[in-house]
Design a binder for this molecule. Structure first.
Ligand SMILES: Nc1ncnc2c1ncn2[C@@H]1O[C@H](COP(=O)(O)OP(=O)(O)OP(=O)(O)O)[C@@H](O)[C@H]1O
Length: 259
């Protein structure tokens, strides 16, 4: 691995029984770089993230991590019992052994230091995402893994949140791996985009990916009415095990699903 590489994934395959969910995926996550994973429902994004976190073992291929790599993880959703009174301060304490100074530092990084004493049940969608992000920062991560960080946040709040993530990357000089459903909003805050549909359909800088035919067929052209349609015609199809098989000349495959 090179000095900046924190994780290197090589020819990764993950099967659930007969079902191949991750097929021949190779990528590396580098310090100071934001990598965004996009793809339709069931594309294997969460499975890949779980493998990166070490929660799932490869069926074949390798995942090499920097020794003693510190990872901060922000889950997609967290169920918090609403009958249980819980301030932001106590919530952050349950996540990692941390003092008030560490908590305030983390909350400051996400511009939410005023929320320390507030009940988590009274937070808005955007505030809750910031607190979850602060919680992931408590370990001073070298790699920050974010599963749809902007979920439940309005459009303006989403742009703000992605800018915040870019600033956190600068501040912590960490690598960021995030799942997102909307490349157009994360574009400015992303170095590398990986368009996943069990295998990597296309990858590269956001401008490169957004003009790639397989991306356009999956997500549509920015501003067009196709934007919300997850219909993906591709030059190959998958068999029942998820393996890639070529198409007959006159055949078109739907490589994606509908979102
Ligand atoms: N533990 C499991 N056992 C069996 N199949 C699984 C398991 N986890 C995920 N799958 C299947 O693997 C496929 C990929 O799921 P995954 O959750 O990784 O997709 P995703 O891209 O994160 O989807 P979404 O955008 O809907 O969250 C799905 O078909 C799912 O049903």
């Amino acid at each position: 691995m090179s000095q900046t590489e924190l994780i290197k994934i090589d020819q990764l395959n993950i099967n659930f029984g007969e079902n191949r969910v991750i097929s021949d995926v190779s990528l590396s996550l580098k310090r100071g770089e934001i990598t965004t994973l996009i793809g339709p429902n069931g594309a294997g994004k969460t499975t890949l993230v779980k493998a990166v976190l070490g929660l799932l073992n490869p069926s074949s291929g390798t995942i090499t991590r920097n020794e003693a790599l510190r990872i901060g993880y922000m889950p997609q959703k967290l169920h918090i019992d609403t009958t249980f009174p819980l301030t932001v301060e106590r919530f952050l304490k349950t996540a990692a052994f941390s003092g008030t100074d560490d908590q305030l530092d983390a909350l400051r990084s996400v511009k939410a230091e005023t929320l320390l004493k507030q009940s988590v049940h009274s937070l808005s969608g955007g505030e809750m995402q910031r607190v979850l992000l602060a919680r992931a920062l408590l370990r001073k991560p070298e790699l920050l893994v974010l599963d749809e960080p902007a979920q439940g946040v309005d459009i303006n709040g989403q742009v703000e949140l992605y800018n915040l993530i870019a600033r956190i990357r600068d501040q912590y000089n960490c690598a960021v791996l995030m799942i997102s459903h909307d490349l157009h909003l994360v574009m400015a805050a992303t170095d590398q985009v990986i368009c996943l549909n069990r295998h990597i359909c296309c990858s590269g800088h956001p401008e490169q990916v957004s003009s790639d035919p397989s991306y356009i067929e999956l997500f549509g052209v920015p501003g067009s009415e196709n934007l919300a349609l997850y219909s993906h015609h591709h030059n190959h199809q998958h068999n029942e095990h998820g393996d890639i098989v070529p198409l007959a000349e006159d055949q078109h495959s739907n490589c994606g699903g509908h979102h």
